[in-house]
Write a protein that binds this ligand. Structure first.
Ligand code: AQP
Length: 332
């Protein structure tokens, strides 16, 4: 029977050990789409190689990221979970869409500017065309919604522009996708430089809380988080460190900002940071336990990858052959 549900697509790069930014901004929100949408969640290993990766680590992290998806509540029977490089249609569509994407558009992408500053010795073409591959990921599945953190919003906007441009020449080819950005947790900041996004590839371990950090490490990192010279626990633009901690605490406890400000009125930063660390560790403990159980079964993970790749390839092929036919390639 034809699946008439709308489509949700998102992905995470296995480019490092995932952080609570990846969790709160993206993965934690994926399961809520499962019933209402046809869901594709991908481990985007092809994106990861836009910066140099150690091959053994990339392979290991690909399994780990998939295990985390499942541990965070994504049932492989109800969602299509797969690895990007197992579905060659992503790379194939990407080449075609490169020819419908402008150099100027790609030059304006903030992530490209940030990453080329960070990897000045390796500003490769893949880093530059990364958003076109991401557009292909999304458009291949006729995606309606893309749950992401705010840093990826610009890439989804570009995806929409590429799709609209293509549809203008070849009507009714692609569904135009909408980004879905969570109300809270869309941009978790570094614990050491709170004006900078928390990133899994940050070299300063104290800046980043990883989903798999143990309880003591989580609490220690929050204790060391940069705040300010006042002592008031209040959400404010001039208090980025404290505001970030309030956001994290709110995401992990479900309390509102004003409830949190009231809870910690007259109490010091030390007490507050400990509470944030404990809330985070408590919430992640069951995810970590489930993750360890799943990761131990490599054969199971490979069966999920295989089934996911077959399902994804089925849908991807439909879009790709439509695109090939429309642009004038010979289909044998
Ligand atoms: N700090 C963050 N706060 C909220 N959401 C975040 N995301 C990333 N960082 C934060 C969201 O996580 C999803 C997966 O991200 P990605 O792996 O595709 O790449 P990224 O956005 O480049 O994430 P990182 O952690 O910063 O990776 P590196 O260091 O490798 O570049 C996306 O939905 C993203 O918005």
């Amino acid at each position: 029977m034809l699946d008439e549900r709308k489509v949700s697509f998102s992905g995470v790069q296995p480019s490092g050990n995932l952080t609570i930014g990846n969790y709160l901004g993206a993965i934690k929100n994926f399961p809520e789409f499962t019933e209402k949408y046809k869901c594709f969640y991908c481990v985007v290993d092809e994106h990861a190689i836009t910066v140099r990766q150690n091959p053994a680590e990339l392979r290991r992290r690909t399994y780990e990221t998939l295990a985390l998806y499942i541990a965070c509540g994504l049932d492989p029977e109800k969602n299509t979970l797969y690895v990007q490089s197992h579905v060659p249609a992503h790379a194939e569509l990407s080449w075609i869409l490169n020819c419908y994407t402008m150099f100027g558009e790609l030059s304006r992408m903030t992530q490209f500017k940030d990453k080329s500053a960070k990897h000045a010795d390796n500003i490769n073409a893949g880093l530059f065309t990364y958003p076109v591959l991401m557009a292909s990921d999304i458009l291949l599945y006729q995606t309606d919604v893309v749950p992401i953190g705010i840093d990826q919003k610009q890439h989804v906007e570009l995806t929409r522009n590429i799709a609209e441009r293509f549809n203008q020449v070849f009507p009714d080819t692609f569904t135009i996708p909408e980004p879905i950005i969570p109300a809270a947790g869309a941009k978790i900041m570094s614990l050491q430089e709170p004006d900078k996004k928390m990133s899994k590839s940050d070299e300063n371990e104290n800046a980043v809380v990883r989903i798999l950090d143990d309880r003591d490490t989580i609490i220690r990192k929050f204790k060391r988080a940069v705040t300010d010279s006042e002592s008031e626990i209040r959400m404010s633009d001039d208090k980025p460190g404290v505001s970030n901690l309030i956001t994290i605490y709110s995401c992990f406890t479900g309390k509102t900002v004003s409830e949190i400000e009231k809870e910690f009125e007259g109490r010091g930063y030390g007490e507050f940071k400990l509470a944030v660390g404990e809330a985070c560790a408590n919430r992640l403990a069951p995810v970590q336990e489930e993750y360890r159980r799943i990761l131990a079964d490599k054969a199971y993970l490979e069966s999920v990858m295989k089934k996911g790749a077959e399902e994804a390839a089925y849908y991807a092929r439909k879009t790709l052959s439509k695109v090939r036919r429309k642009i004038g390639f010979v289909n044998l």
